[in-house]
Design a protein around this ligand. Structure first.
Ligand code: SF4
Length: 218
């Protein structure tokens, strides 16, 4: 690692080891690197503590990598807040990929995905109306998602469901599509609607919350 890289810092909220609880990598033991700061304000946000840029701790990329290496897994998930708000996050991702980690990257759909490495697994949200953030999405990102990536809709009610359906119809994503109910919402109804409409999506719940409840760092 060169001196220049050692100096780069990222504002971090927390680093922890858990089971990947969302999306198509669900169940894999993973180290989570949560960056601090978000540009959105979703009505049902479950990581409010990661939103404010005033909080968090500046960490050097080398420090973050050292902490990640403490765990035996080769899976790392960079999440937020919104990681793309910090330019140096791209250096962290490149470093982790270079030393052999499978890196997944969670982003809220409002910031361009251009310039991300091709071998990065991107999980992008499209915020539905109940979040009150649906107008903040950059829909051009859908075309930048690779076949292996995932597009995730968090669904709270029928209006969200119909909205998600319309986005799929209009933008025709070429990647995996995940419909996930807001925690506490009955998943049966969502599953029944997906089957009735013959949608080519996966209905998934948040596994970590099923295991541990709505706890921080899990
Ligand atoms: S994008 Fe994520 S962190 Fe930001 S407000 Fe929405 S749910 Fe919370």
């Amino acid at each position: 690692m060169n001196d220049k890289m050692k100096e780069k810092t990222i504002k971090i909220n927390e680093i922890f080891y858990s089971i990947q609880g969302e999306g198509i990598q669900m169940g894999i033991p993973t180290v989570f690197v949560r960056t601090q700061g978000c540009n959105l304000d979703c009505s049902w946000c479950d990581t409010i503590y990661a939103m404010d840029f005033k909080n968090g701790k500046d960490m050097k990329i080398s420090e973050i990598v050292k902490k990640v290496k403490r765990y035996s897994t080769k899976y790392v998930c960079v999440t937020g807040g919104e990681p793309l708000l910090q330019e140096n996050v791209k250096f962290l991702i490149s470093r982790l990929l270079k030393i052999g980690y499978n890196v997944s990257f969670e982003t809220n759909g409002s910031v361009t995905l251009s310039g991300l490495p091709k071998n990065l697994f991107v999980s992008m949200d499209i915020k539905c109306p109940s979040s009150k953030m649906e107008k903040r999405m950059d829909f051009r990102n859908i075309k930048l998602l690779k076949k292996m990536d995932q597009l995730k809709f968090v669904i709270n009610d029928k209006k969200d469901y119909e909205y998600a359906k319309s986005i799929i119809k209009k933008h025709k994503p070429g990647c995996n599509v995940v419909f996930m109910p807001v925690w506490g919402i009955n998943v049966k109804k969502l599953a029944a609607n997906v089957l009735k409409d013959g949608l080519n999506v996966r209905v998934l719940i948040q596994l970590h919350k099923l295991i541990w409840g709505d706890k921080r760092g899990k």
